[in-house]
Design a protein around this ligand. Sequence first.
Ligand code: CO
Length: 480
Amino acid sequence: MVSAATSTYSTADWQLGYRSLSQEYDYWISELEGRIPARLRGTLFRNGPGKLEAGSQRYGHPFDGDGMICAITFVDGKVHFRNRFVRTREFEAEEKAGRVLYRGVFGTQKPGGWWANFLDLKFKNPANTNVIYQGEKLLALWEASAPYRLNPKTLATEGIETFAGGIAAHQPFTAHPRRDPATGDLIAFGVRAALNSTLLFYRLDPKGQLTEKREYQIPGFAFLHDFVWTPHYRIFFQNPVAFNPLPFVLGWQSAGTCLTLKVGDPTRIWLFPNSGTPIQLETEPGFVFHFVNGYEAGEQVIVDAILYEEYPALEPNADYLQIDFTQIPAGKLWRFYLDPKAGTVSRELLLDRSVEFPAIHPNCMGGSHRYLYIGTTHVPGPNAPLQAILKLDTETGRTQQYSFAPRGFVGEPVFIPDPDSHAEDEGWIVTVIFDAASQRSQVVILEAQDLAAGPIARIPLRHHIPYGLHGSFTPQVWVE
Ligand code: CO
């Protein structure tokens, strides 16, 4: 455990952010501290597990929790809040039954012991990982199945999105598509991981129509949560994990706990050109869940990624609320220099501290970025929950930070460009923090150019939002 002298938070405070929010709200926020910039106009959509149990059974891992979408609308200096659960078939069935009916990928077993789980390969799609607006479609994403489509105005669930039959209802579709700023296309992928894995490439045009679908086989088990897109490549880091399906198939363990590190194996980096044969490179072993961005610079491709040098293993039957943060590996920010022609990779540590949830200016996607924003711990050192937002200037190496410690816990920062400006860091960082003192969440706005000055607005919600995953901003507004 962290000693009281060095801890910047209390575990009891942190645990409070993992209570379910069962109620669905619609309201204008009346009390707020600071000011909402007049030019900040649009909707920030967030996704994350809103409900962490079915009936009296707590899910084994928050990643199995039911997806709940929040829409935070900024308009004329005012803020509106709305949240709705994604009413997946499984959510409706479990609500009706009042108990867990499906296995979760990350740790939730159906009650009833191994025989209730025996050969039950049917996962629940919690639709809880990301939410993105493309071509009048609001999509709740979970990587192992097709998106759920929601009404962007009411957040009502409309159904599984198959893009006019272009993909099957249970076809994998990443929670991390990337938007090409030049065309507005959304570049995405899916992976069918097995002893050998199938990569599926998708592209959605600005109207939300599926305009590209390709398939590649790659050898080995591929656990791919995110990828890098550049104008000429899709890039994947195949982490050296092995999946032992036996305990899973037999019902002893959930799938997320059947991943093991293949000691001594390299990470394989795959560069898929827009046409032609993929290029394979190798680097030191490590695990990447999230990439910041990648871009082409002459012969090289530069990739910024959060790398875990050890796999943050999920212990079977462990209680996630009792985790000891100091014992879990920290993800750190690395820059990789890939040379597809020479077949070489080199790397450099950019931030020697625990970081997660990166953000950049959306117009820099696939091109070079100078600034990045990321969640981090209050101080470098032993791993701890994310309590601060950090800005890195990758040209000078200078950082700026604002921390919400000791009682605030931060979520993913989103960079919203100022529509009247052109500098890469002119805009706002918006994030949702959990404030343990009030046991409520707050939307906070920071000036990206002066992050260290702290929030220019704190917008307290009437309730908390359980710790979320990912989200995105669109300048469109639906509330009246
Ligand atoms: Co993610």
